[in-house]
Design a protein around this ligand. Structure first.
Ligand code: GRF
Length: 200
């Protein structure tokens, strides 16, 4: 199966997928990695793995007075051209519009989000969980991979994992603990969706 991976930054979750393919725990190919930001380390990870990559940044569109909808339809075309069986948003920091999602009526799109369902949707989820913990509002946080629908981070969870927060944690310690869990559940969720596709 062909997995197109979308990134925006470091690409540690992309790396988890690359490593899982290399060690046989994920039976798939990644024909292309697409980033919405240039010069991010995730692009180096793709290159090091011999995976083609493309950058489609939003800025040139806004600078040219173009709309996000035009951006999203161009992004969708890039992905469609790669003929994916599955699209994985791995640390992809861009909200996809109905224009984009309408291009993929049957192709599953999944997203990694470093929080529990319904908690801390959107950006800076880990920081917001850490602050909520310090205010005594939560005892732990978590990570999930969910199906992508129009509502941001609102799709059906595929894999959810709780992550403890320790009193001695600083933000970096919590982020490291969360990222380690991300790398595991992203591979689990990808395998889960691929097995669903295979069984159709
Ligand atoms: C992850 O928490 C991801 O969910 C968020 O950025 C963090 C690192 O992602 N969007 P990656 O290292 O670029 O995969």
């Amino acid at each position: 199966p062909r997995i197109v991976v979308l990134i925006s930054g470091t690409g540690s979750n992309l790396q988890a997928l690359i490593d899982a393919i290399a060690n046989g725990t994920l039976k798939a190919d990644i024909p292309v990695v697409i980033s919405n930001r240039p010069n991010v380390f995730g692009l180096e990870r793709a290159a090091n793995a011999g995976i083609a990559s493309k950058v489609l940044a939003l800025k040139p569109y806004t600078n040219a007075g173009k709309t996000r909808t035009e951006y999203d339809s161009d992004l969708a075309r890039l992905i469609v051209d790669a003929k994916p069986d599955l699209v994985v948003l791995a640390g992809f920091m861009h909200i996809l519009s109905p224009t984009f999602l309408n291009q993929f009526p049957t192709t599953p799109i999944i997203n990694l989000h470093p929080a529990l369902p319904g908690q801390f949707d959107g950006a800076r989820a880990i920081e917001r969980a850490f602050e909520a913990y310090q205010r005594g509002e939560i005892k732990h946080t978590g990570v999930m991979v969910h199906r992508v629908i129009q509502e941001v981070d609102g799709g059906e969870p595929l894999v959810v994992r709780e992550v403890e927060i320790k009193p001695e944690d600083d933000l970096a310690a919590l982020q490291a603990r969360i990222h380690a869990v991300e790398h595991v559940i992203l591979v689990e969720a990808t395998n889960k969706v691929l097995s669903e596709i295979a069984s159709v």
